[in-house]
Design a binder for this molecule. Sequence first.
Ligand SMILES: Cc1ncc(COP(=O)(O)O)c(C=O)c1O
Length: 392
Amino acid sequence: MTDVAERLEELRDRGLYRRLRLIDGPQGPQVRLGGRQVLLLCSNNYLGLADHPQVREAAAEAAMRWGAGAGASRLVSGNMEPHRALEGRLAEFKGYEAALLFGSGYLANTGVIAALAGAGEVVFSDQLNHASIVDGCRLSRAETFVYRHGDLEHLAWGLREAGGRGSLIVTDGVFSMDGDVAPLMGLVELAREHGCRLMVDEAHGTGAVGPGGRGAVAAAGLGDEVDVIVGTLGKALGSYGAYACADAETVDLLLNTARPFVFSTAPPPPSVAAAAAALELVSSDRVQRLRENAARFRAALATEGLDTGRSQTQIVPIEVGDAGPTMELCERLLEQGVFAQGIRPPTVPEGSSRLRFTVMATHRPTELERAAKLVGSAARELGVAIPQTAAA
Ligand SMILES: Cc1ncc(COP(=O)(O)O)c(C=O)c1O
């Protein structure tokens, strides 16, 4: 057995040791960290709803009316009106027959994939899918074919090779570390052609992209052509928990067989009520502000000679490469009042450590422009993240 201390030492040696930072107060566009006010550029509270007074009040009221916890799994005695009501609203919002709540996006992805694919079948998963999808594929016991990021030809080849054993194609809608969008139209076509289900994880799409914040699938005009949508309540919806949307029969199957649903306590009523209140506050105005802020921030970083890769959304990465210099840049920016956590393997592939900036609708344009300037000068001082052509 490997010694715990040795394993921690190895993480330190590789620059991959992580520690917690303590935020003092709610998730606003600025937060208190280490006794100082800093600009928060790494929260998924995209629409500023986690700290919105109506959302906080809804959670408080639900705690008084329904209690702090659900007390049991939904199938035992934990099923309450707030669960039913939110599922109804989510299904309507996404344009599906039914929805089912899960404890978190991680649980939803592992549960849904394992319920829809099994031994002897093949699941097709984008190379840059979130870890919870990767783990769902592992738990399903199906064979997993990992196709190159967004590469429809590679996927088509894999589907042909599977010779009819393909059961599920799964992809992030908006990719969590790069901020690009999956080629959804092509995925729908391949899924139809090969008789596979398509599942899209809208963790970073819901409330952030598409008409009225309905997500990347709605943005692509594919409302009812994606079989299952998973989303989280923990990002733009400012709460905690998750959901899957599908036709009523598929949701019934999930309710009966998705293990994280069956064998886990129902989401707490205050979180559910908070998400329901947040959903009512998702508006085209807020989504538009988020989109404009993201475009402004990307443009300001580009003016500094920084490359934001494939980003088209509120997730804006600056790739540094190695873990050490990434964390140096992160700490340097923190000293200057800009908080963007460094992201290292295994969250991103080896050699692609980065600062992953996330923009909120509640940031002021001047804050974003000032932050981009600070990122530019810190990157130049440290000699990182500036493409050769810009540095020359
Ligand atoms: C694409 C994606 N899916 C799922 C999750 C997990 O969601 P949750 O935080 O609700 O567990 C995340 C969050 O980190 C994510 O980025």
